[in-house]
Design a protein around this ligand. Structure first.
Ligand SMILES: [Zn+2]
Length: 193
C-alpha cells in the first residue's frame, strides 16, 4: 500500500452503510431539490452530505533549511513529509497548520503567509501549506514521526517524499527562493503519476 498511491493522504472510505444518527441502513439517491446522490436515511430523515477534506501544513524554514518529518504512520510510512495533517473541527487553517507542525516535529514556529493551495479533486481533498519561520533548532518529534530534521535544498530526499503535494510545494519553494518572491501558488493535481 505504501508505494502505490503517492497522491493519497489518507485512504478514507467515504460511503456509509448505516446512518450515524439512528443506525438504520442508508439509501443512496438524489434528495429532493439537490442534484447529486447522497446517503439518505429513510428512517430518521438524515442526509449524510460528504464534502472535501482539508489538509493543512507548513513549510518550516530555519537558516535556509527546510524541516521535514519521516512518517511513523501509514500511508507512506517511512517517507519524508512537510508537517501536515487533517484540519480538525473548530480550528482555523492557521491553527491546524501550527498544531500539526508542533505535533509532528516539536518545532516552535512563527507562521507566515499561505504558500500553496492545492486542489486534489480525485481524492476529494484540498491541501494548504503556510510558510513558517522556525524559531530554534530544537526538535521533538511526536509519535507520528520517526524523525524530524532540517534539509538543505541539495539534500532533499526527492525520491522518498510522501505526497505529491509535498513535492510540488517544495519545488515551488526552492524556485521562489531563487527568484526572491514567495507565492502564493494555487494549482490542481489531477491524477496519479
Ligand atoms: Zn437515521
Amino acid at each position: 500500500m505504501t508505494a502505490k498511491s503517492p497522491l493519497e493522504y489518507f485512504p478514507a472510505p467515504r460511503r456509509a452503510n448505516f446512518c450515524s444518527q439512528c443506525g438504520s441502513p442508508v439509501n443512496r439517491r438524489v434528495p429532493e431539490g439537490d442534484n447529486r446522490e447522497r446517503d439518505i436515511c429513510d428512517h430518521c430523515g438524515a442526509i449524510h452530505y460528504q464534502n472535501p477534506r482539508l489538509v493543512v501544513g507548513t513549510v518550516p524554514v530555519l537558516d535556509n533549511r527546510v524541516l521535514l518529518c519521516r512518517r511513523a504512520i501509514e500511508p507512506r510510512y517511512n517517507t519524508w513529509t512537510l508537517p501536515a495533517g487533517f484540519m480538525e473541527l473548530g480550528e482555523s487553517t492557521a491553527q491546524g497548520a501550527g498544531r500539526e507542525t508542533l505535533e509532528e516535529s516539536g518545532a516552535r514556529i512563527r507562521l507566515g503567509d499561505i504558500y500553496t493551495i492545492i486542489d486534489v479533486p480525485q481524492i476529494e481533498q484540498v491541501h494548504v501549506f503556510y510558510l513558517a519561520e522556525v524559531l530554534g533548532p530544537e526538535l521533538d518529534p511526536g509519535p507520528e514521526s520517526l524523525e524530524a530534521r532540517f534539509y538543505d535544498e541539495a539534500d532533499i530526499p526527492w525520491d522518498d517524499l510522501a505526497f505529491r503535494t509535498v513535492a510540488t510545494t517544495l519545488q515551488r519553494y526552492f524556485e521562489d527562493r531563487r527568484r526572491g518572491t514567495f507565492g502564493p501558488h494555487h494549482y490542481t493535481l489531477e491524477s496519479h503519476r
